[in-house]
Design a protein around this ligand. Sequence first.
Ligand SMILES: Nc1ncnc2c1ncn2[C@@H]1O[C@H](COP(=O)(O)OP(=O)(O)OP(=O)(O)O)[C@@H](O)[C@H]1O
Ligand SMILES: [Mg+2]
Length: 499
Amino acid sequence: MEDILRLSKINKSFPGVKALTDVDLTIKKGEVHALVGENGAGKSTLMKIISGAYTKDSGEMWFDGKVVEQTTPKESEEMGISIIYQELNLIERISVAENVYIGRYPFKNGLLQWGEMYKNAQALFDEFDLNIDAKAIVRSLTMAQKQMVEIIKAVSINAKVIIMDEPTSSLSSKETESLFNIIRKLKANGVAVVFITHRLDEIFEICDRMTVLRDGHYVGESEIKDITKNEMITMMIGRELTQQFPERSSEIGEVVFEVKNISDGGDKVKDVSFGVHKGEVLGIYGLVGAGRSEAMRMIFGVDPKVSGQVFLDGKEIKIHSPRDAIKHRMGFITENRRDEGLFLRSSLSANVVMVALNKIMKNGLINYKKEYDATDGYIKKLRIMTPSNQQKAMYLSGGNQQKVVLAKWLFSDSDYIIFDEPTRGIDVGARREIYQLINELVADGKTIIVVSSDMEEILGISDRIIVMHEGTVAGEIKKEDFSQNLVTEYAVGERVDQA
Ligand SMILES: Nc1ncnc2c1ncn2[C@@H]1O[C@H](COP(=O)(O)OP(=O)(O)OP(=O)(O)O)[C@@H](O)[C@H]1O
Ligand SMILES: [Mg+2]
């Protein structure tokens, strides 16, 4: 097959960071090419050089047989390269269709052709079986829907190469399947796709070839059919990974955290009740839209609830805001970490100590040594890739930002912690470290709730699972009954327990 895109000896530095060193990449026409590597390996940086968002320090690039000098994002789009950035790039207050055609609005006699724009956008969503209204305002969409809008925007450009930087990180398995159908159609039309993901199973399902980066260096490439998952992991992390889910030795005690009849008054969250024991990891599974995150947000006081009670140690507590929840030693790691979890302009260490300032204050003064020591501990433990604990959060790679939010809540010493998609965007090696930290927390007598769309993860780390479907708890599964089938039956509404 012919090459459509080739990069040779690409170098790129940021202050204090050599992000790429002599990196090569070859993409063939009509192939789906996986770009893999740990958090901070340089994947997004390389893609931004291709899309014209970043300038390379040195190296060469060919597209469709021709040498390409530095381009602007607009120029590379016109040339036939389209990109879905890891951090979504939509304008929230305008419609879906306007976002899809941004910078390319259809005009006639100087007038914007609204009707035509809506019609064309809707036709694209319909063609790919996506249930999204082209006239809807982007703000009203779920994360997964926003991701789908980005995908359609990229597809609508009629590119020869489409770069997808972690497109599935906020998609459920069903939506991921829709995306894969889109990718198959693109491939059949000769479009090449560069696909970045930390969910390795997806690579085996949809990709033809892969290139591995480690620490800003090219490690190797391979046909997917010639490689095993373990070999892939070893290439990525430079060592073998033993046992994805480490052993746990915690003692499960009494029910210490209980919610009763949480409702939003509408149909997103209806009468959700459950209890969690001391030292237990309760997994909450459900398809996207099942109301899991919504319920958690109400419990933690982020969103208002119409009814429902929260009990800690048998005593009802009133939670009107996250501040109330934090006061009662609750912690919440939201799924929307970039927007809700981080102060992007603040340093890494300032972010880590933010919710537990009392731990590092003495006589009204911050003890910076404590702040830095604690942060350095997490940098090591979670393998946060950063030049120092003073790096601004905005300059960290996507996965490393996720790790900082985790570190913040780990440092806060909360007793009841809700993790919403704890390993979203996190590489396989660091994922194991997070599971290990969760084990340490429960061994320490803490109570953990993990919301996850990742079936393997929910089965691997939970002591008990509840499954939500259409805003309610459809069923509860004990460890000895864990099975993928049972979880799925509850999640799709085929099975419901009597309340
Ligand atoms: N604008 C920037 N300023 C400073 N450093 C940056 C910037 N962008 C990226 N980096 C650094 O470059 C390195 C590579 O980051 P990059 O975002 O390319 O990683 P990645 O492979 O996409 O990781 P992830 O899987 O976490 O998304 C990291 O050390 C990151 O902190
Ligand atoms: Mg990235």
